[in-house]
Design a binder for this molecule. Structure first.
Ligand code: PAF
Length: 256
């Protein structure tokens, strides 16, 4: 049965026991509202580790928009059922006050890769992401942490942070999971109306096309998307668009 742990003190006792039993820990950090993308990370963790830990924490510090934070779907009972069905050992469900005893006076900042794309369009986003991931990694002490390639910039930043701070955790990159129409799974997709969804599925099609970044941007705008960016960086094309108040991001390898 999946055990839900809400207090850090209790988690520390459990972690000590896992250490004594010499069991390897796989970790999947999430903000909940689990879908098939998260499921693929949890499955991989189960396959590769004796113990699997899932965290659910809607991390306020990584949201630059109060509205987006407030609207972020909170679906604990469904998430619990999925974790339980998958045989996940622990769900960490910490509270803001416990995770941020310093009221976010201390934070992790990266000064290069975090400045473009998502970082440029969401002020302070990566400080929030890197700080919470660092806190969770120090608490969970996993052998491996599983992150999705949909948030590729985040994945790269966490991978490099783990190296920069000599963390004993290996960051495992897991492929983006898409629906039948090619739309990358995201908790925000649930907020799309039927018409918005029909538009949304044009985004991955155009972003993965043979056109140039400038042509793709223009094509997206003509279709009615608000485009935050379409950029190529180190052999990968990244894009972020808005449909109403729903923001979608995606990325693809560029084949030349
Ligand atoms: O990708 C996410 O869901 C979040 O950014 C993460 C890694 C759980 C940190 O809050």
């Amino acid at each position: 049965m999946t055990k839900v742990i809400e207090s850090i003190a209790e988690w520390r006792r459990v972690r000590q026991q896992i250490l004594l039993e010499d069991r390897s820990v796989g970790f999947v950090p999430t903000m909940g509202n689990l879908h098939a993308g998260h499921q693929s990370l949890l499955k991989r963790s189960k396959q590769e580790n004796a113990t699997s830990v899932l965290s659910i924490f809607v991390n306020r510090t990584q949201f630059d928009d109060e509205n987006d934070f407030a609207k972020y779907p909170r679906t604990f009972f469904e998430d619990y059922a999925l974790a339980e069905a998958m045989g996940i050992d622990y769900i960490l469900l910490p509270k803001y006050e416990e995770l941020y005893p310093d009221s976010y006076r201390y934070r992790v900042t990266e000064l290069m890769l975090s400045q473009g794309m998502e970082g440029q369009h969401r002020a302070g986003h990566f400080d929030g992401v890197l700080t919470i991931v660092m806190k969770l990694l120090l608490l969970v002490k996993p052998a491996q942490v599983y992150l999705g390639e949909k948030d590729y910039q985040q994945l790269q930043l966490v991978t490099e942070m783990a190296k920069a701070f000599f963390l004993d955790t290996k960051v495992i990159a897991c492929p983006t999971i898409r629906d039948v129409n090619g739309l990358a799974l995201s908790s925000r997709n649930n907020r799309l109306t039927v018409e918005q969804y029909q538009l949304a599925i044009r985004f991955p099609k155009l972003l993965s096309s043979q056109k140039t970044a400038a042509e793709i941007r223009q094509g997206l705008e003509q279709l009615g998307f608000m485009v935050d960016y379409v950029e190529e960086f180190q052999g990968r094309r990244y894009g972020a668009v808005r449909i109403g108040d729903v923001r979608l991001i995606d990325n693809f390898v560029v084949y030349s």
